[in-house]
Design a protein around this ligand. Structure first.
Ligand code: ADP
Ligand code: MG
Length: 676
């Protein structure tokens, strides 16, 4: 039978079964063969009845000693009970309402019983075990994702049948790759993933299949990237970084210098740069983008910097305007709240090249915004933009160089996959003189003390934040929470202090006024919702209280906390939470114990899973059947290197040995991500 033949033609599959299999995503023979078990039952580890622990899955080899007895119990249930023995001891085996199972057991025959033992001493019994006649084989039994009407045993049988009719299976991984990486052949891998000969074979088959899946993905992404690179961009002449650094009041960190050099080199080529700049909150990404913007302007070209929120766009505008104040670089700010007349002027100036740098929100990608010669498009916090907005800034120029900046610290291996078609620069070094942020987790019972601590700082001339959580999943209640807290605090604990309120529902002009007042030191304490998560940079703010900390994601808390510790003063973050459960405490303790964004992201990922972490399907990659982008870091690194090496030698995957591989890669990317 052909591997892509419909599953309907497999022996044992009728109309009904075919429909059930379809529910599991199985339509062809190949789908069935690559429908991998979720886990395995270990039937290899036999225990005696005497030694069998209670309430754990155990496997017992025993002979049925008595005929099945039927017993009606309350609730209309019927209980079927039989006795088994392993030669030393007797044990009751009980089935509830399952006459069919009970009757299958034949007195005097030997079976393997798999299940949990409950009860004590004389009253121990094994309830509703899975059993099979003992034939001395199959140590690990596959457990598949199931659907009603189709259990693991049934699927296992179908898989067996499939293997018996499919003939030999061609291997997408060429022999030289398999040899270099010590990978077993596809046939052996598939057989062992379904019914492993032993534990070693199981782990080797997993390794092989995960390798294949990630290898194909990497190959696909890398070829996609090389294809994008064929278009021509404006090549920058020379590198003006040295000149740029003289504009800064600080010295660049080594990491910043590295990132700038990498990007500047990209931009001297006439293939568009496509780079991700990843750096924790406060690592100084803005300065890196500013260096490139400066470079661009010196070359007589325009650049654009797009941010996801007005607050952030405004912040960038201010920072850059200050940085470039003694240069002839002209900057325009374009956001949703820019007055119409002003907008018109800025647009005209962008179109004829009088403005060198446009900073803004998605207002920058409106249809009527035109650039004269956009050569660099920078996007900050790209993951906050909708998928369809991402490319739009690029489309404002003729293949401009692009830089994407992100503080969402995606574990490196995962970034490799998700941003596989981007080059990566990492700011893994904080600017000098940064003080560690001390983080405490406290209960609501000592809120007064926490506020007292804040007050102490305010009295010393410092500033602080109090952040409130979303109470329910809507902005309105977040607003209520913040407004109420603000009222309570201004009338109560912080009476006489200059307290400000910032929330997402404010008009941009109001927001700006509040922020300006806080930045100038006029406002001492800012009560806020999560709108401060990005964009506020006030080094004098050294204390933050986060209310209901359990309601935030770990990475979000980390971002919030990143608003403090921006100056040379020691900063403190106090998380208040009354949620007493292990998971919450575990999460918040992680945050209290480290300020390493990568570590926090890793933990966040482990706790929440990648779907949640990225907002499902944001990355738009094909779905994985066996590889786990969260936990298979080692395999991701290995396959990334392997794919790069192969493409270097054989970019088009030419030759007979690679035919299967080429086809498999194209097939994987046929759903939406075309690459020919
Ligand atoms: P982020 O990476 O979070 O966007 P920013 O670019 O906002 O970080 O920088 C955070 C703060 O650090 C800013 O106040 C910035 O001026 C300052 N900064 C950036 N680079 C350096 C440096 N090399 N030395 C000292 N301060 C720096
Ligand atoms: Mg930033």
């Amino acid at each position: 039978m052909e591997l892509n033949a419909s599953i309907k033609y497999l022996k044992g599959v009728g109309e009904k079964r075919a429909a059930l299999l379809a529910k599991l995503g199985i339509f062809t023979l190949w789908d069935l063969l690559t429908f991998y078990p979720r886990t395995y039952e270990d039937w290899s580890n036999l225990t005696s009845i005497a030694d069998a622990p209670v309430n754990e899955n155990v496997c017992i080899k025993a002979v049925v000693g008595s005929r099945c007895r039927e017993q009606r119990i309350k609730g209309g249930m019927t209980l079927y009970k039989t006795e088994i023995t392993d030669g030393e001891m007797l044990l009751d085996v009980i089935f509830f309402n399952n006459k069919f199972a009970a009757q299958k057991l034949e007195t005097g025959k030997e079976y393997l019983f798999f299940g949990k033992i409950t009860g004590k001493g004389y009253y121990r019994s094994m309830n509703s075990p899975v059993f099979e006649e003992y034939d001395g084989s199959e140590a690990f039994r596959p457990i598949y994702p199931q659907t009603a009407g189709l259990n693991s045993r049934a699927i296992q049988k179908l898989v067996k049948t499939a293997f018996s009719v499919c003939g030999s299976i061609p291997d997408p991984l060429p022999e030289d790759i398999r040899n270099s990486y010590c990978l077993m052949g596809i046939e052996s891998a598939l057989k062992n993933i379904h019914t492993p000969e032993n534990e070693d074979m199981l782990s080797e088959s997993r390794r092989r299949l995960i390798f294949e899946e990630l290898f194909l993905l990497e190959l696909g992404l890398m070829r996609l990237k090389s294809k994008n690179r064929r278009s021509t961009a404006l090549a920058m002449d020379g590198d003006y970084t040295a000149e740029f650094t003289s504009l800064l009041p600080f010295e660049l960190t080594g990491a910043q210098k590295r990132a700038i050099a990498q990007a500047a080199e990209d931009m001297q080529k006439n293939v568009p740069m496509n780079r991700l700049l990843q750096g924790d909150v406060g690592s100084g990404k803005t300065a890196v983008s500013a260096a490139l913007i400066y470079n661009c302007a010196r070359n007589g070209c325009q650049s654009a910097l797009m941010a996801p929120t007005e607050v952030l766009a405004m912040q960038h505008y201010k920072t850059l305007a200050k940085m470039f104040e003694n240069t002839d670089i002209t900057i325009g700010l374009l956001t949703g709240s820019t007055p119409a007349a002003e907008k018109k002027k800025i647009k005209a100036a962008l179109a004829d090249g009088r403005i060198d740098l446009a900073v803004g929100t998605h207002a920058l990608i409106q249809k009527d915004v035109e650039f004269k010669n956009l050569a660099l498009a920078v996007t900050d916090e790209q993951h906050r933009f909708g998928v369809n907005q991402r490319g739009s800034l690029t489309s404002k120029g003729n293949n401009p160089h692009t830089l994407v900046m992100s503080a969402t610290p995606i574990p490196r291996t995962l970034a490799l996959i998700i941003y596989g078609d981007l080059d990566l620069s990492i700011l893994d070094e904080m600017p000098k003189g940064r003080q560690k942020i001390e983080t405490f987790l406290v209960g609501g019972d000592i809120r007064e003390r926490a506020y007292g601590y804040v007050k102490k700082h305010l009295c010393e001339g410092r500033q602080g934040y109090i952040v409130c959580a979303l109470v329910a999943e809507n902005e309105a209640s977040e607003l209520t929470a913040a407004t109420e807290l603000y009222q309570n605090l201004t009338d109560g604990f912080f009476k006489g202090f200059r307290v400000g309120l910032l929330h997402g529902k404010m008009k941009p002009a109001e927001k700006k006024a509040v922020m300006d007042s806080f930045a100038s030191g006029e406002t001492q304490l800012l009560v806020s919702t999560t709108v401060i998560e990005v964009g506020i940079d006030v080094p004098n703010a050294v204390i933050m209280v986060i209310e209901n900390a359990e309601r935030f994601g770990l990475s979000q808390l980390h971002q919030l906390r990143g608003r403090i510790g921006r100056g040379t003063e020691k900063s403190s973050c106090i998380m208040i939470s009354d949620a007493h459960n292990d998971i919450t405490e575990h999460r918040l303790k992680i945050l209290a114990s480290t300020t390493d964004g990568f570590k926090i992201a890793d933990e966040d990922l482990k706790l929440r899973g990648p779907g949640d972490f990225f907002g499902s399907r944001q990355h738009g990659l094909p779905e994985m059947k066996i590889a786990n982008m969260m936990t298979d870091g080692e395999a991701i690194r290995e396959t990334h290197a392997a794919a790069a090496e192969l493409l270097k030698k054989n970019p088009a995957l030419e030759g007979e040995a690679y035919t299967m591989l080429r086809k498999a890669v194209n097939h994987l990317f046929s759903g939406g991500m075309s690459m020919n």
